[in-house]
Design a protein around this ligand. Sequence first.
Ligand code: NI
Length: 226
Amino acid sequence: MLALAAITGFSFRVSADEWPIYRKKDLGDTKKIALTFDDGPDPKLTPEILSILDEYGIKATFFVVGENVEAHPETLEAEVEAGHEIGNHTFTHCRIKNSDSKTLFNEVNACTEAIERYSDVSPKVFRPPEGVVNPTICRLAEALDYKIIIWDIDTLDWRHTPPEKIAENVLTHAHGGDIILMHDYICKDSPTPAALRLFLPKLIEQGYQFVTVSELLGTGETPTNE
Ligand code: NI
């Protein structure tokens, strides 16, 4: 077990660029996009999204909340089974700003443990709730060998943005190397499935390929169905 001192100690890093934080990847003309879904697994919305992704033959990355994994382990298993990447989104979706280093350490670790309890996955990517980063969370991610994944396109689906608006936003801004933020848990009705059905076929038509975050960063491969 890693000593907590490793994340609270003095750091020599001087610039935010040196921390393992990714918002997008410069891929030149390569048309690869990473779709990401936060806050699940949810027993209703996640399977609906999985089925749409399957229909289009697309792999994505799910940043799961540990306590939701504990509540719906079969949904996590379905994500893994379908070949999607699993990322860590803390155990309780804690507020980074209000949490001390010990709490953050426990939050990230408990989520890793939940994922490992119900799958053979060792997650490599971490997304802090609300995309909040500070030196403590950066040191923690580095010490636990997690890459911090933020996003380039925020679909604002969590705010119940209408599907047409989400699709328009994505289609206007998408380019190779993008990381797109969506959610597979939202209170009340979700615009996410309808939005996916609007923009996925168009992006596929434009030649985009959907990969896991780790493949986008060049540190992993997206599984194929073959
Ligand atoms: Ni979240």
